[in-house]
Design a protein around this ligand. Structure first.
Ligand code: SAH
Ligand code: SF4
Ligand code: F3S
Length: 471
């Protein structure tokens, strides 16, 4: 049996694509492996968002070349494919820079992977077309047997591409124009996931709340309506969505947070910066105060919602005063978690041509200050959970015997002491301690659906602490 090793970088969209690539290859007899040295086919599913992310590909290709040589000495052939956003952005350039690569396949072309591999037997191939046909129509239908084994949480792409053209961002160029999948297709895929035992679906898209898919009634459905339909599917205990844009955060979606118990109280809503001048230069088309007002409305609908965001420091022209506006926005809003980055000029994007680039040491200092504040907020949010009972979806076994690992509604990692639980259960857990990256708690409930029992906090507290003293 042939083996394929797929390594994904970047966002959740790439995780989804990587799974679908292995689905495409399964009928060719490829089994998945997590050991590159035993792979007949290596696929690097790449990310182009920042320079560092893009450069990682070339260091990884160096390692792949080594493995390919070793395998060749043992008489075994290895094919190497670069997929994803670097493939789209750099195309044939990759073949020039890395001799080891046999094929370059863009994010809108991987449904043709089998044909591409056949062609690569004869010559090196570049396929970075944006096809007219819908990629999703050409992909094999999701197979419940293959989904099983991928765990109880799954990503489901409902929207792809971006028409927003933020001045720093490569996504509109690497992923193409915004496209929404029809509602019926999304629901069919969600049902297959549920049948395969998936308990939590995260609906994904580069701008997922710009979703405007064709409904079964012939009308255009927005994300809120799609979420309402997904919430009806038996077995799906939890729904999440990511990534959303402030401009598409409409009243219907906010109302869904109020009305749908399975829609988790967690919102990742990137703001990027706090200064209106910088937001305008970024072409975000919203102000800092507009963002604050959205957050107020979301919190009114769902008071316990946890917020998360993305930030860029050192965008061209960002002054000290502009940066202080970002710090002020973070202080005003309060985030449960966040991602923050130094601005990285990307070829082909308007901001890369700006002359007023911020010096590296200034970027580094701003990032350190911002991250310190965000980390303080994250820790405070986690500490606030201690003493509370939260529902945890058990995702896998923990590091120590008798432990299980799962997530709270607020996407916090939770280690649970209870040997009687199974993966896929959703149980109330009383949090007894907040570590630096995980919460710890215990439960007496044994199965999902069982009436919540009164957790024995003291007994579980000692068990949790003892087992994890060396965390
Ligand atoms: N579609 C999402 C984000 C996609 S990229 C949105 O609109 O928010 C994920 C994050 O990477 C962005 O939110 C941004 O914070 C960061 N990012 C994108 N381009 C970047 C660049 N050139 N330099 C630094 N960070 C960048
Ligand atoms: Fe990039 Fe902006 Fe589109 Fe997000 S909205 S993917 S940051 S261009
Ligand atoms: Fe990276 Fe492409 Fe996602 S650039 S963040 S993998 S859309």
């Amino acid at each position: 049996m042939k083996k394929v090793y797929v390594k994904s970088y970047g966002c959740q969209m790439n995780v989804y694509d990587a799974e679908r690539m292995s689905d495409v290859l399964a009928p060719e007899g490829y089994a998945q492996t997590d050991r590159p040295e035993e792979a007949d086919l290596v696929i690097l599913n790449t990310c182009h968002i920042r320079e560092k992310a893009a450069e990682k590909v070339y260091s990884e290709l160096g390692r792949v070349r080594q493995t390919k040589q070793e395998r060749a000495q043992a008489g075994r052939e290895t094919k190497v494919v670069v997929a994803g956003c670097v493939a789209q952005a750099e195309g044939a350039e990759i073949l020039k820079r890395a001799q080891v690569v046999d094929a370059v396949v863009g994010p809108q072309s991987y449904q043709r992977l089998r044909e591409i591999l056949r062609a690569a037997e004869r010559r090196r191939v570049v396929d970075t077309e944006f096809p007219v046909a819908d990629k999703f129509d050409e992909l094999p239908a999701l197979d419940a047997r293959r989904v099983r084994g991928r765990g109880v949480t799954a990503f489901l792409t409902v929207q792809e591409g971006c028409d927003k053209f933020c001045s720093f961002c490569v996504v509109p160029y690497t992923r193409g124009a915004e496209v929404s999948r029809p509602v019926a297709k999304v629901l069919a895929e969600a049902r297959t996931l549920a049948e395969a035992g998936v308990r939590e679906i995260t609906v994904i898209g580069q701008n997922v709340n710009a979703y405007h898919g064709e409904g079964p009634d012939g009308r255009t459905w927005g994300l809120a309506r799609l979420l309402r339909a997904l919430a009806e599917i038996a077995g799906v205990a939890r729904l999440r969505y990511t990534t959303s844009h402030p401009r598409d955060m409409d009243e219907e979606l906010i109302a869904a947070h109020r009305d749908l118990p399975s829609l988790m109280p967690y919102l990742h809503l990137p703001v990027q910066a706090g200064s209106d001048r910088i937001l305008a230069a970024m072409n975000r088309k919203h102000t800092g105060d507009a963002y604050r007002r959205i957050i107020e409305r979301v919190r009114a609908a769902r008071p316990d919602i946890a917020l998360s965001s993305d930030f860029i420091v050192g965008f061209p022209g960002e002054s000290d005063a502009d940066f202080e506006e970002t710090m002020r926005l973070v202080a005003d809003v309060g985030f449960a978690s966040a991602f923050s980055f130094k601005y990285s000029p990307r070829p082909g994007t308007p901001a890369a041509d700006e002359t007023a680039q911020v010096p590296e040491p200034v970027k580094a200092e701003r990032l350190a200050r911002l991250q310190a504040l965000l980390e303080e907020q994250r820790q405070a949010f986690n500490r606030d959970t201690v003493g509370r009972t939260v529902e945890v979806l058990i995702e896998k076994s923990g590091r120590h015997p008798g432990q299980l690992a799962g997530k709270s509604p607020y996407l916090q990692a939770v280690v649970v002491e209870n040997a009687g639980l199974s993966v896929g259960d959703v149980v109330p857990v009383t949090i007894v301690r907040a570590g630096s990256n995980s919460l710890f708690g215990g439960t007496n409930a044994s199965r999902a659906g069982a009436p919540p029992t009164q957790p024995d906090v003291s007994a579980n507290a000692s068990a949790g602490e003892a087992a994890l003293a060396v965390q």
